[in-house]
Design a protein around this ligand. Structure first.
Ligand SMILES: CC(=O)N[C@@H](CCC[C@H](N)C(=O)O)C(=O)O
Length: 384
């Protein structure tokens, strides 16, 4: 069966209620499998990988395989939307819209399970996009090998675009990211005797201030970068000198070169602070699979030209964004395109109030289905 708009919205609401953190998507996997097993199975082969699912669609010509990837994990965010179908999982929420991504993917898969595609297809329901580089883990596990796509597509929802609008750009769509985890370890003591202690609030504060110079002084101003420290904790109370300071953050850059340059400077500054304060430092800079999302020039031109000219598609050319995505790793191995799907919300991705407009799901399914058919016809004409 091809899922109707009503069914897609119900699926999205069901998934929205059961968000799970990366590599713990057990209920989500079970729900997805149940939906997929109700599709026409004539052309489908299904397998699981950890908490993810791979579905191969046998097309008319098996010389080319089109990949379509959705992420399936939620975030550790306490939902505050007040919606009747809000998350039932305390402290977890689909605050990045992966429930929308999954619903669109199911809509597409349901269509191609009924309408044999011109080429093979591999649908990837990928765990752990947010924090554990699920895309990189999946690719490196070899689980995709037998159904390896020749080209791959994936979308991300965008609250700033009207529902159903498609956005894309040539080159880098999303930044490469790198998590920062730094711990300064000194000596705690009485607030009255600072000379007998080694104050890690002061060391941490110096670190926070000094890294502000990285983007302003080390990155070419024509290019760009972000160093955000979202977490700083030290000490226990006002009259005890803190012996430890934990700082966590993230680096964002549009090129891998700048990402590595910023990583190097963060490391150097942390080591310099440790030396000048005579304290220990533990530095954990972790990029994993969060490479810059580099759209393939040829495939992206075909995608953008199609979307620009298609009747009924509202298309905008977007600028690169400093969000990260482990789809960047898959794109470093397989040529393809990532694009935005507008879901129109006053709240940003990762907000506890994010409430995407559900009409974007069916519009997205129609737009992407038509593009994929167009693309498969182009390929089929060449290889048949
Ligand atoms: C689309 C999106 O919001 N992605 C996340 C990716 C997280 C990357 C990693 N955990 C990091 O913080 O560096 C994002 O925060 O952009």
């Amino acid at each position: 069966m091809t899922l109707t708009e009503e069914q897609l919205i119900q699926i999205r609401r069901d998934l929205h209620q059961i968000p799970e953190i990366g590599m713990e998507e057990f209920e989500t996997q079970k729900y997805l499998l149940n939906v997929i097993q109700n599709f026409n199975q004539d052309y489908l082969e299904i397998k699981t990988w950890k908490t993810g699912i791979l579905v191969h669609v046998n097309g008319e010509n098996s010389e080319h395989t089109i990949g379509y990837r959705t992420d399936i994990d939620g975030l550790p965010v306490q939902e505050q939307t007040g919606l009747p179908y809000a998350s039932k999982n305390e402290g977890k929420m689909h605050a990045c819209g992966h429930d929308i991504h999954m619903s669109v993917a199911l809509g597409l898969l349901s269509f191609f399970s009924e309408n044999k595609p011109k080429t093979n297809m591999t649908f990837i329901f990928q765990p752990a996009e947010e924090n554990k580089s699920g895309g990189m883990q999946l690719y490196n596990s070899g689980a995709m090998d037998e159904w390896m796509p020749d080209e791959i597509y994936g979308l991300h929802d965008n609250p700033q675009l009207n529902a159903g609008v498609i956005g894309c750009c040539q080159g880098t769509l999303f930044a490469g990211t790198c998590e920062i985890h730094i711990k300064f370890i000194g000596k705690s003591g009485h607030a009255a005797f600072p000379h007998d202690a080694n104050d890690m609030v002061v060391a941490g504060a110096q670190f926070v201030n000094q890294i502000q110079t990285i983007v302003s002084r080390n990155v070419d101003p024509i290019e760009s970068g972000v160093v955000t420290l979202g977490h700083f904790s030290a000490g226990t109370t006002g009259n005890v000198i803190a012996g430890q300071c934990q700082i966590d953050g993230t680096i964002r850059a549009l090129t891998q070169e700048n990402n590595l340059k910023i990583q190097k400077r963060v490391r150097e500054i942390a080591l310099g602070i440790a030396q000048s304060f005579g304290c220990e430092v533990e530095i954990d800079l972790h990029q994993g699979g969060y490479y810059p999302v580099e759209n393939d020039p040829k495939i992206t031109k075909i995608f953008m030209d199609y979307m620009q000219n298609a009747k009924d598609v509202d298309f905008v050319e977007t600028r690169p964004a400093m969000t990260g995505e482990d789809f960047g790793y898959l794109l470093s191995k397989i040529p393809g395109t990532m694009f935005w799907l507008g879901v129109q919300s006053p709240y940003s991705l990762h907000s506890e109030f994010l409430a995407p407009k559900e009409e974007a799901i069916q519009i997205g399914v129609t737009e992407i289905r038509d593009f994929l058919q167009y693309r498969m016809n182009l390929i089929y004409d060449v290889i048949k």
